[in-house]
Design a protein around this ligand. Sequence first.
Ligand code: DGY
Length: 329
Amino acid sequence: MSPNQWTVAITREIPEAGITPLREAAAIKQWPHDLPPTPEQLETLLQDCDGAITLLTDSIGGPLLDRLPKLRVVSNFAVGFDNIDVPAATERGVLVCNTPDVLTAATADATWSLLLAAARRIPESRQYVRDGHWKTWGPLLLLGQEVTGATIGIVGLGRIGKEVAKRARGFAMRILAFDPYQDSAFAEQYGVTYVPLDQLLSESDFVTLHVALTPETHHLIGPDQLRRMKSTAILVNASRGPVVVTDALVEALQSGEILAAALDVTDPEPLPADHPLVNLPNCIVVPHTASATVQTRDRMADLAARNLLAGLKGERPPASVNADDVLPS
Ligand code: DGY
């Protein structure tokens, strides 16, 4: 099929960097609204498309793919792909792609922004000033937790977890990690000690989550795990909301079982504005923006487009989740 006969969907507005290469090669159907399409609207949008750039807000499962027999490539604009039933896609010969690496640094930087903001109570301090309470310097005013020299526990020492660890070296921290897949060369080079999860939870001043959402990591941090953490500990989540049991976290923050939390991701997502996590003074919630820099989102768009085009051409994409199972070897 000649390229300009392809039809591709883009399920939201994305940076131009991802659209230009597609425009030259295919007809584009783009979802024009700020909010994601409903499942029915998504199906209509993807109808008769050869490929699509999808977002983590689009749920792609087997039954939907069955109704879209023309669709051959699903190129997710995210490193995470828990919104896609990959085995179902593989079974149907649909290539699934994602955007690893290009967002690693931005996500690690954002993790540190959250960690430092929670440790030093930046949102509370800002509110204090805005509310007109700042009358004088105070020895006991808005005391936070020391980061330098503290212990950080990284749950999931993959690409992003490793970048978080590298930054922790700059704060002279003791670095613990939990990950079933161990990279001993990295651990040695950056002074990381692998420990069991329970040990990480009980010894860390900061626990930061960087696992993919899978059946094994769903609700990895629940009441028992929160109970093991120090009462002065801060939990950071920049992975996926359902890795943490939301009600258990609310309870732990309200009861003082842990000191604070800083969340890029939540369950559900978005959280309603009147949710306890949004309103607790010891919890920071940001709207899943860890990768949201101009430069990173351009790179994600570019990679998603290149993945899609390669897949449509029957070539191996720069980043795919199931190319080994779908493409001829
Ligand atoms: C991802 O890529 O999976 C993030 O959650 C959004 O950048």
